[in-house]
Write a protein of this length. Structure first.
Length: 68
């Protein structure tokens, strides 16, 4: 596996608090159903940006693992 096909699982945010704030703001005013739909669209947009099925499969496995 090349480095471009390996999921980054270590902290990699420039500004994690800014990301979290932007995510919360994006959900403001949405119903639960709208929020779920937004999250689904966001996952698809980010998956398209990643573009690698191998990396996405690693992300699925990481997301399915119990929280540490």
């Amino acid at each position: 596996m090349t480095t471009t096909e390996t999921l980054i699982t270590t902290p990699n945010f420039e500004a994690p608090d800014d990301f979290y704030e932007a995510l919360i703001e994006a959900h403001q005013g949405l119903s639960t159903e709208e929020s779920h739909a937004f999250n689904a669209r966001l996952v698809l947009v980010l998956a398209n940006h990643i573009g690698s099925t191998a990396v996405l499969r690693q992300a699925f496995a990481a997301a399915a693992a119990p929280a540490r």
